[in-house]
Design a protein around this ligand. Sequence first.
Ligand code: PLP
Length: 411
Amino acid sequence: MKAKKLNLKLSNALFSKAKKDHPGGVLGIRRPYNFVEGEYPIYFVDGKGVKVKDVDGNEYIDMLCSYGPIIIGHRENKIDNKVINQIKKKGFCFSLTQPIHNLISSELKKLIPSCEMSVLVKTGSDATTAAIRAARCFTKKNKILRCGYHGWHDWCVEVQGGIPKSTLQDILEFKYNDIGSVEKIVKENKNEIAAIITTPISHPLGKKVEMPKKSFLNDLREITKKHNIVLIFDEIRSGFRVNLGGAQKYFGVTPDLSTFGKAIANGYEIAALVGKTEIMKAYEKEAFISATYFENSLPIIAALETIKFLKKNNVIKDINKKGLYFQKKVEKILSNYHEICEFSGGPWMPYITFKKDTENKYKFKRKQFFTNLIRRGVFAQPFHHSYIAYRHSIKDLNFVADAIEDSIKNL
Ligand SMILES: Cc1ncc(COP(=O)(O)O)c(C=O)c1O
């Protein structure tokens, strides 16, 4: 059945106004052209669990989970109440650090294999940039070998307006799961590479999610050890989702440094660089890291409470189980359509991508498919994988799977 176009009057009116006051109206990936223009809402007003509501009153099942931080659900009472309590009873922004800082450091140390020391920051971009600086400081080398999205800072952002060429001359790229490409670059830049940074699972924009080949992460570990290169896993998406100890624990490969963010605090703004003492010690004196808000205690409280919740409710196991159920269901639906689209992302990052064809019809199909989905009340991103959250019930996931089936039939 064809679904009706949504009423998005208020979203569109707000966006028209915003474009006069903000460059682009809204920032980056939240811009309408990154969804299906004219079909998706532009403003959400509230969310509870995995239901989100737009400014026009349309309700959706949230499959994007705020690009990853929502691991449990929106407005999770236990976490929010702890934060509110801190605001009301103690305060959170002081000229000195609050003792709670020590608690999160020991928690990270207990959970993450590569964590001997940690530094708390605010965003994933802060954490990956801090990792690069520590690696350069420790090795006294400059070149960085990277693969994947690591944030919006100068050394790694894809859109390069405003960035001096000199900043990028020491940044080299390799292909995920292609150890040969790594070996070649390492050989060509002997004794010059400070760090290799990669996401343990590959999730490029608009392309299918790729799991590491059997020995890929291990091979990276071997090469970096051999050539005195710091190995960094960017776990901003995989951390506190694939496993409480990150994808490094799940795949059994321990990097020298790693970065965490997103799911660590169910939506509160915190990220962390963790790693080996000898490298992290760069920040004792030689390298600098500090910011006005890094030590604010609200996101630390939220992170501790989130971790407590994840442990108590076996959230990782639960998500894995529900994710597998969803994966099987969707794969079965898509088995009749394998010439045009495919499922990837496993139980954690489910994604349906459309296969390229010579006439570029896949773009039209992708647009139609995601239009059908949003009209049926499923909020998913055409160019980004989804996530499963703890508050997604089997009923929610069945609803989404039915919407997928309807939408694909309607192409
Ligand atoms: C793997 C990865 N690294 C780094 C970042 C940057 O994180 P943030 O957007 O919090 O700066 C992201 C953000 O999506 C990410 O997915």
